[in-house]
Design a binder for this molecule. Structure first.
Ligand code: IFM
Length: 449
């Protein structure tokens, strides 16, 4: 087994640095019959939407196997576990609490607390209840207030059992991938709608932050954004401008409103017909103070100018690639963190997701995923470097605890540090899991000395 090694002086080995693993409700829970249908159930049922034709009805059967999974998490020596709550599991269609669903998470939170593992709870990781979609979903401004009510109900029920809340996971995906690229639920391709959905998501975030800060003032409350640093395909002025536009459109679009209360200038370059409706007071609502920013990082993207003066992404990127076809580019993580640190006055940062899909094979109860071990090694060093350069990174979560439903890719892509045999639901710690376990435990032992 290849090891992950960090220098003894590494900031990542300091006692307060948080190491964890992450999952999301729709991707692991299953037990779809004990919750309301979501937009992802609808999407999965449409032929051709999911590469392997699968769905999230059973997934990793986590709802029935949560105790085993908690033991697995605890055995890793993590400081924290990041998971999401399924809106469709904890509320009924009339908006009242589904106590059975709420209890599922309450017992999970108690089990984490008993093992001294911090709970990082995400309120929305893409699984909007279908009945809300029927009322317009994120295109309907009212959904932002429904989300606020949901955040209120969950945070009242969970009380002080939660160390940290994230309102949203990756609003870029719920807006751009879902409403512009059309590859995520509900599968729409319309730029104006994408921009409007992004605005309503950010509004929902701001409204939820207000209730989180009121209900759980001692929790760390924030949001999780994904970033892919944008590089020009060539040194030409046109490609450099294209990369800067792509950065504004895909990255800063979500962060600048949160930290500075305004959208990037690029907004004004969109035809009026593509611009979102923004009401008076919205931007101030969005820019609620954040206790932390969650950063998800996987790869970089390269852009060139197109004839229309806009940007297009350029394929292929440089090998090595992961099984998703994503370039392995660890320095992109340092670069995005340091560039954000230069642009903004950042709150504390957690790397809330980082990891790689690899074509894993289970042989004799063993998964030799040395490529993934290398990926973690390089990216942890990239985080280290960002800290050395002054970025206030306080934690790192590996994506993902276990193989799971990888959205439009179904179960074919494996991101876990734990292998899931979907025919038996057996979990097997991969070599990457063993390597992280060794690192996490080493850090915890050092803290006790
Ligand atoms: O699996 C996803 C996760 O749900 C959100 N961030 C990216 C991961 C890998 O694609």
């Amino acid at each position: 087994m290849t090891k992950i090694t960090l220098a003894d002086t590494s900031p990542l080995l300091q006692p307060d640095f948080v190491f964890g693993v992450a999952t999301a409700a729709f991707q692991i829970e299953g037990a779809a019959d004990s919750r309301l249908p979501t937009i992802w159930d609808t999407f999965c049922a449409q032929p051709g939407r999911i590469r392997d034709g699968s769905d999230g009805l059973v997934a990793c059967d986590h709802v029935n196997r949560w105790q085993e999974d908690i033991e697995l998490i605890a055995s890793l020596g993590v400081d924290a576990y990041r998971f999401s709550v399924s809106w469709a599991r904890v509320l009924h269609q009339d908006g009242s609490v589904n106590q059975q669903g709420m209890d599922f998470y309450l017992q999970l939170l108690d089990a984490l607390q008993a093992r001294n593992i911090k709970a990082f709870v995400t309120l929305y990781h893409w699984d909007l209840p279908e009945h809300i979609q029927q009322q317009g979903g994120w295109l309907n401004r009212d959904t932002a207030w429904l989300f606020q009510q949901y955040a209120d109900q969950v945070s009242r029920a969970f009380g002080d059992k939660v160390y940290s809340y994230a309102t949203l996971n990756e609003p870029f995906c719920s807006a751009y991938l879902s409403y512009e690229a059309g590859i995520h639920a509900p599968g729409v391709q319309n730029r104006r709608q994408g921009r409007q959905v992004a605005h309503h998501l950010l509004l929902a975030h701001g409204l939820a932050m207000q209730v989180l800060q009121r209900n759980c003032p001692s929790a760390k409350n924030g949001i999780v954004l994904n970033f892919s640093p944008c590089y020009p395909a060539s040194p030409s002025a046109a490609d450099q401008r294209a990369a800067a536009m792509a950065d504004a459109y895909h990255n800063q679009w979500y962060l600048q409103p949160l930290l500075q209360g305004r959208y990037p200038e690029l907004l004004n370059e969109l035809p009026e017909s593509d611009q979102p409706d923004i009401e008076l007071g919205d931007m101030a609502l969005i820019a609620q103070p954040l206790d932390y920013l969650g950063v998800n990082y996987y790869t970089r993207t390269v852009f060139a100018a197109n004839e229309a003066g806009w940007f297009r992404d350029v394929q292929p990127v440089q090998p090595p690639l992961t099984d998703m076809g994503w370039e392995i580019f660890p320095q992109g993580l340092t670069e995005i963190l340091t560039s954000l640190h230069q642009k903004y006055s950042l709150p504390p940062v957690y790397i809330t997701e980082n990891g790689a899909a690899m074509p894993d094979l289970l042989r004799d109860n063993w998964v030799q995923d040395s490529e993934r071990v290398r990926y973690f090694q390089q990216h942890l060093q990239a985080v280290e470097q960002a800290i050395v350069e002054g970025v206030p990174v306080q934690g790192y979560f590996a994506w993902s605890l276990m193989d799971n439903f990888e959205w439009a890719e179904g179960y074919a892509k494996r991101f876990g540090i734990v292998y899931v045999d979907y025919s038996t639901q057996q979990r097997v710690l991969k070599d990457s899991g063993l390597a992280l376990q060794q690192l996490f435990r080493y850090k915890q032992e050092r803290a006790k000395r």
